[in-house]
Design a protein around this ligand. Structure first.
Ligand code: M6R
Length: 606
């Protein structure tokens, strides 16, 4: 999604704005721009594509202003062209925007009727014209923005600077997050604290409906009604070193390799290893009393939730409903008051997941979020928040966040099983011991990475790839297909192995690789039967398993052997081969692995 930065500086800011934008690249974007104020006059540079194109523009025609805003755009309204790139400007005002202005059509008609000339197809440009109209009517910038905000519908974040006002920036937040940073005689603005980490670790977050008048001396925050409000100033944990890929070629590779460590950190947060017990923070409900559990999330986070459904049903005998948040939010699902609703989100800002959370609060559910960003909106609006300790995930394809989500969900399922009398103390110790071994097993998979480079060659030639899994491996098949399609652009689908003969088997021939996730668990023999159906139709099977050579009893193109682990932890372990398959196939195909086309890291629009 779009990224916003702003600086009220003591020296030229254009280069620093671009550096801050680089730290937001992970969110996904297709054009970029900066505007600064020099001798009272606004000027801007914009470019299609990557930030180096913008840097080239700035090198040809530098901007010298000490006050500036910058933007990476993920196109929603209008193609990703230079014309549609932000900042949008009139002589009086320059604006960058993240989100969607839902009533932009009627506003555009209104403004066009009054003679405003629009240069772009974007929804954002109406904001620049609305503010300009207010300024021309004689209002000062603060009143002009206040009047404009009252006209805007939708979810958005804004940063605005004004011709003739060198010491002024106004920011507004309605739905999309904004962090304000404090420096020595300077002030900063960013879509998140990561963007601001090289400048400051002293941060204040705007709340929904807030707008802030920022000068070099500080800021004044007002709420939706225009009333002055105080927001806490806190120390951010975002690190200035975050954009470092280490020795890895891509952030995704680095993040895959970080998994043993971040899973250990996450586990240590929820487990007393010495006692062999799960230790959760105080939760405002008792698992024993819950009528049911509702899980809502999007994409990979939803697949983590689907794995958890198997765990909660098997170990806690708790009825679980799971749905993707974009569907759940509009279903008007009846929910018995007092139930538990779980929301899983790496970013903690996903618009559909947030809407599902708000619906569940209205339905008197206890709401718990599992998020990777503690200061996020979903975290703050939940009754309780359980953090994943994955560290910032920069690659658009979620990897370490997924396995850390599974780690927290596994601990939660054990706690639920214990509270509901279905997991004994010795079983709890056994399951925790199994979780403790996960980092070691993943390290051993990562040592065998070279074999995924070999497997990538036949996969990269495929037009379609099927992933099959049964039971708790079914969500892994879905995750494997999502990973492959999002970064390699090869069409891939995940199916429950037993569903194969109800339709997808028609696709099987010698051109279609079928990746089978088949740990040697109680369902292994069933999955083997489905593999035999594939083999009988000349399908090219890639078997991911801990079974011994020959146990599958049918010809396979390749076997990825993983360590044998406790069945409970298999989803964590099998997640890694599916990540490596997707990663090496995409690398071989030469795609933009960390920022695949059309995708955004933090999906703050529905
Ligand atoms: O930030 P969230 O976890 O809420 O994001 C949910 C999905 O957008 C995300 O998992 C997406 O599917 C990833 N690109 C998958 O790799």
């Amino acid at each position: 999604m779009c990224g916003i930065v702003g600086i009220l500086g003591t020296e030229p800011v254009a280069t620093r704005l671009v550096d801050a934008l680089k730290r937001l690249e992970y969110r996904g974007y297709d054009s970029a721009g900066v505007a600064t104020l020099e001798a009272g006059r606004l000027d801007r540079r914009r470019a299609e594509g990557k930030l180096q194109n913008l840097e080239a523009r700035l090198s040809d025609a530098p901007l010298q202003g000490h006050t500036g805003i910058g933007h990476t755009r993920w196109a929603t309204h209008g193609a990703p062209t230079e014309t549609n790139a932000h900042p949008h400007m009139t002589e009086q005002v320059s604006v960058v925007h993240n989100g969607i202005i839902e009533n932009f059509r009627e506003l555009r008609e209104e403004l066009t009727g009054e003679g405003a000339a629009f240069a772009t197809e974007t929804d954002t440009e109406v904001i620049a014209h609305l503010i300009t109209r207010e300024l021309k009517a004689g209002h000062d910038p603060v009143r002009a923005v206040f009047n404009t905000l009252r006209r805007l519908e939708g979810a958005f974040a804004l940063a605005i600077i004004f011709g003739g006002y060198d010491d002024l920036m106004i920011a507004a937040r309605q739905g999309s997050p904004l962090a304000i940073g404090f420096g020595e005689g300077e002030m900063y603005l960013g879509s998140d604290a990561i963007a601001l980490a090289p400048f400051t670790d002293t941060i204040s977050y705007l709340e929904d409906g807030d707008w802030a008048v920022i000068t070099r001396d500080g800021l004044a925050v007002r709420n939706r009604e225009g009333k002055a409000v105080e927001r806490p100033v806190q120390k951010s944990v975002a690190s200035a070193l975050l954009v470092d890929k280490g020795n890895h070629r891509h952030f995704m590779a680095k993040e895959i390799h970080e998994q043993p460590e971040v899973i250990s950190h996450t586990l240590a947060n929820y487990v007393d290893f010495a006692a062999g017990r799960v230790q959760l923070p105080d939760l405002p409900f008792d698992f024993a009393d819950l009528p049911r559990l509702t899980i809502s999330a999007c994409g990979t986070a939803a697949y983590a939730g689907l794995v958890a459904k198997y765990w909660f049903e098997r170990y806690a005998r708790l009825h679980v409903e799971i749905d993707i948040a974009s569907e759940f939010r509009y279903r008007e699902a009846p929910l018995e008051p007092g139930g538990l609703a779980l929301f899983v989100s790496q970013s903690g800002e996903t618009a559909d997941t947030l809407a599902a959370l708000r619906y569940c609060r209205e339905q008197e559910q206890h709401t718990v979020s599992i998020v990777n960003v503690r200061e996020s909106t979903i975290a703050r609006e939940s009754h309780a928040m359980l953090p994943t300790l994955a560290g910032p995930e920069i690659g658009v394809a979620s990897t370490k966040a997924f396995t850390c989500q599974l780690t927290v969900l596994a601990c939660l399922a054990i706690a639920a099983g214990k509270a509901r009398g279905h997991v004994s103390e010795s079983q709890e110790a056994e399951l925790i011991a199994a979780l403790t071994e996960v980092p070691r097993h993943i390290s051993s998979i990562l040592r065998d990475e070279a074999r995924y480079e070999v497997l990538a060659h036949p996969l990269a030639k495929a037009r379609d790839v099927l992933y099959l899994g049964r039971g708790i491996s079914f969500p892994l098949a879905l995750e494997g297909a999502l990973k492959l399609k999002e970064i390699s652009y090869i069409h891939a689908e995940g199916y429950a192995a037993g569903e194969l003969k109800h339709g997808p088997i028609a696709l099987i021939d010698e051109t279609v690789p079928v990746i089978v996730i088949a740990p040697r668990d109680n369902l292994f023999d069933k999955t083997v039967s489905n593999m035999q159906e594939v083999a009988a139709r000349d399908g090219r099977i890639v078997l991911v398993t801990d079974a011994h050579e020959g146990e599958a009893g049918c010809p396979v193109m390749d076997t990825i052997r993983v360590p044998t682990a406790h069945a409970f932890t298999n989803p964590l372990i099998y997640a890694v081969p599916v990540q490596l398959i997707a990663y090496h196939t995409a690398v071989l195909m030469g795609t933009d692995v960390d920022q695949p086309r059309n995708l955004a890291k933090s999906v703050t629009v529905e």
